[in-house]
Design a protein around this ligand. Structure first.
Ligand code: KDG
Ligand code: MG
Length: 400
C-alpha cells in the first residue's frame, strides 16, 4: 500500500491543533496529531517541509522502518518538535494499518488487557470551597479520580485554575504570571485537608505542581502530604535532571508522576530504572507515537511503573483516541487523563471514544476511531497563542 499524499491541517476549533492526514493508493487514509501547544507552526513546518516530501511513495505498512528513518535519519534526534512530527506520522500509519486489517488499533498491539480505562479530570477552583464544590459535582457524575488545583491566595493567577479546555490565552506574547513558592507550600496542605475532611479517602485525589519546586522543597511537600494519601503528586520538579527525584524519594512515600513534557525514552530511563517515579505520563503525541510510547511502557513495566497518558485539552481528540487504544492494550496501565475538549473541537474531530461514569472507552471501529472533518476545520483558522510564563516578584524567570 503506497502513500500517495500527506497533508498538514492547522486549525483552531477552540484551540490550535496540527493534524497530519496520510492517504494511500488503496483509498485508506489515517490521521495523526502533531500539536505542540504554543509552537504549532514549527511542527507544521517540520512536517510539511521535511517529512511529507520523504513520505510520498513509501509503503504505508512499514511503520517501524518509517519511524526509524525519520528518527535516525534526522541526525539531530529527539526534541519536542521532531518527536511530535514523527508521532503524527506514526499514529496515522497505525490508523491505516488497523483500518486495512479491519480491526480496532488495540488488536494490532496484542489485544485488550482491559475493557475500559480509569480516568481523571480536573477540578479547578478560585477558592478551597469552590474546588471542593467542583470535586463534589464530578463525584456525583461518577468520577473516581480527580486532579485538584485551587487559586493560591496572594498570587494573581494560579496554574490550572483558569478556563479549562479552551484557548485561554490567545495573545501575541506569553502572559507573565507571578510565582511564590512559600505561599504555595503554605496553601496546598490546607486545600488537601479540606478535601479529605469533606470527601474521605476513597476518592482518588491528584495534584500537579507543574515543575515549580526545587528537589528539597518537593521532598518536604511530598512528606507533608503523605497524610492525604494522594493518587500522585505530579511534576514536582523540572526533570531535566532526573537525579533530582532521588531526594524526593528518600523522604517520602507519596506516589510521583511525571513525563508529559518528555519526548523520548532517554528522558525517563534513569527515573524508571532507579524506580524514582510511580507513573510515566508520556503520550503517543509528544513522545514519538505509539511505536515509541510502547517501548517506554515496556521498560517502565519491568520496574512496576504504570502508564498515565497526558490528556490535556491541548492535544487533539486524535491523540486521545490513540492513547485509549494504547491504554486498552498496555499491561501496566495506571490511569488516563481527560480534560474535556471544546465543543468546536469535537465537531471537527468526530470520534468513537467516549466517557461513562469516570471511565473512558476506546470504541471498536477499525483504526483509532477518530476522523477529521476538513470542511469544518476550515471554519477555524489558526490563532497565535502562547502558554503563560512565570516570574518571581523580583523579576526572576521561573519554571511555568
Ligand atoms: O500545554 C501544557 C499543558 O498540556 C499542561 O499544562 C497540562 O500539566 C498539564 C496536565 O497535567 O494536564
Ligand atoms: Mg501536568
Amino acid at each position: 500500500m503506497k502513500i500517495t499524499n500527506a497533508k498538514v491541517i492547522v486549525c483552531s476549533p477552540g484551540r490550535n491543533f496540527v493534524t497530519l492526514k496520510i492517504e494511500t493508493d488503496e483509498g485508506i487514509y489515517g490521521i495523526g496529531d502533531a500539536t505542540v501547544n504554543g509552537r504549532e507552526l514549527a511542527v507544521a513546518s517540520y512536517l510539511q517541509d521535511h517529512l511529507v516530501p520523504c513520505l510520498i511513495g513509501r509503503d504505508a505498512s512499514q511503520i517501524e522502518d518509517i519511524w526509524q528513518y525519520f528518527y535516525k535519519g534526522a541526525y539531530w534526534r529527539r526534541g519536542p518538535i521532531t518527536m511530535a512530527a514523527i508521532a503524527a506520522v506514526d499514529v496515522a500509519l497505525w490508523d491505516i494499518k488497523a483500518k486495512a486489517a479491519n480491526m480496532p488499533l488495540y488488536q494490532l498491539l496484542g489485544g485488550a488487557s482491559r475493557t475500559h480505562m480509569l480516568t481523571y479530570t480536573h477540578a479547578n477552583g478560585e477558592t478551597i470551597e469552590e474546588t471542593g464544590d467542583k470535586v463534589a459535582a464530578f463525584k456525583e457524575q461518577g468520577w473516581k479520580a480527580i486532579r485538584v488545583q485551587s487559586a493560591v491566595p496572594g498570587l494573581p493567577v494560579t496554574y490550572g485554575v483558569e478556563k479549562v479546555g479552551s484557548l485561554a490565552q490567545a495573545e501575541d506574547k506569553p502572559r507573565e504570571t507571578l510565582w511564590d513558592t512559600p505561599t504555595y507550600l503554605r496553601f496546598l496542605p490546607k486545600l488537601l485537608d479540606h478535601l479529605r475532611d469533606r470527601f474521605g479517602y476513597e476518592l482518588h485525589l491528584l495534584h500537579d505542581v507543574h515543575h515549580r519546586l526545587t528537589p528539597q522543597e518537593a521532598a518536604g511537600l511530598a512528606k507533608e502530604v503523605e497524610r492525604h494519601r494522594l493518587f500522585w503528586l505530579e511534576d514536582a520538579v523540572p526533570a531535566e535532571n532526573q537525579e533530582s527525584f532521588r531526594l524526593i524519594r528518600q523522604h517520602s512515600t507519596t506516589p510521583l508522576a511525571l513525563g508529559e513534557v518528555f519526548n523520548s525514552i532517554h528522558d525517563c530511563r534513569q527515573l524508571i530504572q532507579e524506580q524514582l517515579i510511580d507513573y510515566i505520563r508520556t503520550t503517543p503525541l509528544h513522545a514519538g507515537g505509539i511505536t515509541h510510547v510502547r517501548r517506554i511502557a515496556d521498560l517502565a513495566g519491568l520496574y512496576h511503573i504504570r502508564t498515565a497518558c497526558h490528556g490535556a485539552a491541548d492535544m487533539s481528540p486524535i491523540t486521545m483516541g490513540a492513547a485509549l487504544h494504547f491504554d486498552r492494550w498496555v499491561p501496566n496501565f495506571g490511569i488516563q487523563e481527560y480534560a474535556f475538549h471544546p465543543d468546536e473541537a469535537k465537531n471537527v474531530f468526530p470520534h468513537e471514544w467516549h466517557l461513562r461514569d469516570g471511565y473512558l472507552y476506546s470504541g471498536e471501529k477499525p483504526g483509532h476511531g477518530v476522523d477529521i472533518d476538513e470542511k469544518a476545520a476550515e471554519k477555524y483558522p489558526y490563532r497565535q497563542a502562547y502558554l503563560d510564563v512565570a516570574r518571581l516578584s523580583d523579576g526572576t524567570m521561573w519554571s511555568w
